[in-house]
Write a protein that binds this ligand. Sequence first.
Ligand SMILES: Nc1ncnc2c1ncn2[C@@H]1O[C@H](COP(=O)(O)OP(=O)(O)OP(=O)(O)O)[C@@H](O)[C@H]1O
Length: 903
Amino acid sequence: MGSKAGCSVQRLFYDAGMTRLSSEGATPAMAQWFTLKAENPEALLFFRMGDFYELFFDDAVTAASALDIALTARGTHGGEPIAMCGVPVAAAPAYLARLIRRGFRVAVAEQTEAPVKGRPSKGPLARAVVRLVTPGTLTEDELLEPGRSNLLLVLAGGGARGRKAKESEKLGAAWIDVSTGVFETASLSPDGLPALLGRLDAAEILAPAALDLADFTSRRAPDAAAPSVETARERLAAAFGVASMDAFGTFSDEESIAAAMAVDYVRRTQAGRLPRLARPVTQNEGGILGIDPATRASLDLLRARDGGTDHTLFAAINRTASAAGARLLAEWLAAPLTQPARIAARQAAWGCLREQAVCREGLRAALKKAPDIARALGRLSVGRGLPRDLAAIRDGILAAREAGSALHGAGGLPHELARVGAFLGVAGGLEKQLRQALAESLPARLDDGGVIAPGYDAELDEHRALRDDSRRLIAAMQADYAARYGVTTLKIRHHAQLGYVMEVPVAASARLKDRAELVLRQGTASNARFVTEELASLNTRITEAAEQATRRERAVFGALVEAVLAEADLPPLAQALAELDVFQSCATLAAGGAWCTPKVTEDTEFALEGCRHPVVEAALPAGTRFTPNDCRLPPEQRVMLLTGPNMAGKSTFLRQTALAVILAQAGFPVAAERACLGVVDQLFSRVGASDDLARGRSTFMVEMTETAAILNQAGPRSLVVVDEIGRGTATLDGLAIAWGVLEALHSTVRCRTIFATHFHELARLVDTLPRLSLHTMGVREWRGQIVFLHEVLAGTAKKSWGVHVARLAGVPVPVVERAARLLKELERAENTIPEPLPLFDTQKTLPHPPENTLRKRIMDTDPDSLTPRAALELLYELRREAERMQPQAMAGHGQSSPETDSF
Ligand SMILES: Nc1ncnc2c1ncn2[C@@H]1O[C@H](COP(=O)(O)OP(=O)(O)OP(=O)(O)O)[C@@H](O)[C@H]1O
């Protein structure tokens, strides 16, 4: 959602377009348009005219282009034609969805007054904006993804009141899912903002202009003024009908301001009506595993790097049976826990179901039938409820009861299951009432009639009988008139303006023109239409009966909605069903075999046995087996240096280790034979190149910024998995950087680390870094080719096999051959430097001047006192110096050979 393109179009359009227009000289209807547009300058205005929503001026130009619909003109304003386009009301949801997905906001202006028949109107019908549709405040099924939350996030602080954000300044965050009523808040430091943004993946973000939203900038909502903390607390208390917010917990000042702004924004988008919101729950920042956006992006948790959802961790583990269950699974996967006790409680819940196949199947069957109670409640609470939403509540309560019977068949339930199980039998009275009230076959909309079952409401039955009786009267009257006037083809029809009329063919009408009781009202080429006093009175009776039936049906529907909204047990029931679905999903996954229950502890152990990458495993071609690997990072060897050829499976190994942590701490099964993990507080994964050219940062700059973030933020309880640090720059600079980073992770940050690299020189660090272990990806050479074993073994890779991989990838043969020869040459040159490095021999390659300080340093160095690192550093300095002093000689390396010329 929220494409950058969409937003820039929008911004351009508001800046350049609307502000220069004046309503002077507008027709009354256009004056109305100007008023409504001025109230909603940041939105496209859908202006209801009959059966169409029309858009005018720049709104029309923008919408026509975004929706690929015809742009026309209607009348003039200020001497210029008024641009116009429109969408039929019946098709509006699909058009709205397209606009919202492109990041637009849409204000829907309806006619709030009905035209009165027979009374000419004095001016345009009254219109008002009844809804501001924005990406983060949706309730309609057509506009929402069933299995994903749709959040509005509001941030306060960090300059909310004109101050510049300071490192120490706390931010307040509040997020609401209008479609389900979820309302949560958090207080966080500015450092924690990227992780929160990545975790929530909000559809729309209201934030002070001073706050950098990085990759989420395109989801920014128009700025809004922040209230004072006193006003914020008063508004929140009023919204929830309590004397003070203290009743709900302790909220920081900024948290209260963010929460009040969120409530205000939602109220504004719903045209003054506040949807049913759960009371705000403050989230403890420390209770959730910190995963920054770059880590999320590199791990394909909920969305893959290609933007799809198929090849994701979520898709690999999802066995939920309901949309609400899928939403909660995604939420828990995005926010793994850090308290072993809470993790163990989730494990116990699904562990019990894994052992009880019959109960599990019963639950799945019941949950499959459970409609989305939370979203139905959300729509009903903002007055957009449909007949099917009431049916969803009825069927949801029933499905919950069925799930309850299946669950209680299991016996000896662990605490979490017993807790959710307690809600499954509630709201029986409401279910019975809805069962009696709703017709068997429901129309799509309330206005279509026939929602309430016959026999449920006596008054409604009475109006309906009268209305239906009148229909029988019409049939009788038609037969009577046909006989009386001797016209067998005579029909009594309803006409929009004339009401009921007697319609006869023109040929027969001549005979009737002298009948005094018949008044000719309309003639067409083929028919003549007459009215009579009898027909007029019938008209009144039928219209009144039908109107009364409609009114009464609406009232009964409204009363049912009230009853549903008053049922306090429904929101916890919906939550219980979702949780139960997540537990059964985990149990179903684990029961399929090959997934284990990890042991999550308070210490810093780390042992994965037979671990797999579930997404790579699922994508392997048929007949190919995934090779499981162990990963041990005990405190005494917590840093693993992993070398190995390209394509050997390093990235897969790194990612599967990070995914195992996420799954384990979300309380889910892990794709391994055994797992014992000391809880991780922050996870940093940098696997695979990325760049951010849109924000003016090169691949190397992104790599270094992310490396800096890891070194600044990681702590002893963190897990860092990094791949090819230093790859984006010159080899020697890259090696030097990788070297320094590895040392810092080992000795300063002291976190569990897997460091994958092609700089085999780093293996020498094992002599100086006591907690470093060396591992490599196994390969076998066979007839000049390499076979990847995908096994992680002790040791260091001898070479990178990059040229072989280039051949496999289809790089033209002459290039591969030339590369192979060059490689040999380079290796020979490298091998002329035996251990310990005889730096003194190379001095003769150095041109003098005698004042060359590097040369002097080399001359002064005692080779026996040289550590490998110091030796290497000197060597690299030496090489750089040589490059600088002998540009001509170095350039010779790049001269083309006959092979390359012929290529
Ligand atoms: N454990 C495994 N079992 C089976 N196949 C694997 C395994 N690990 C990786 N593969 C296969 O090998 C391919 C390459 O793996 P991966 O990208 O992890 O290699 P790499 O060493 O990181 O390569 P590079 O250094 O070029 O990035 C994967 O797409 C997958 O098909």
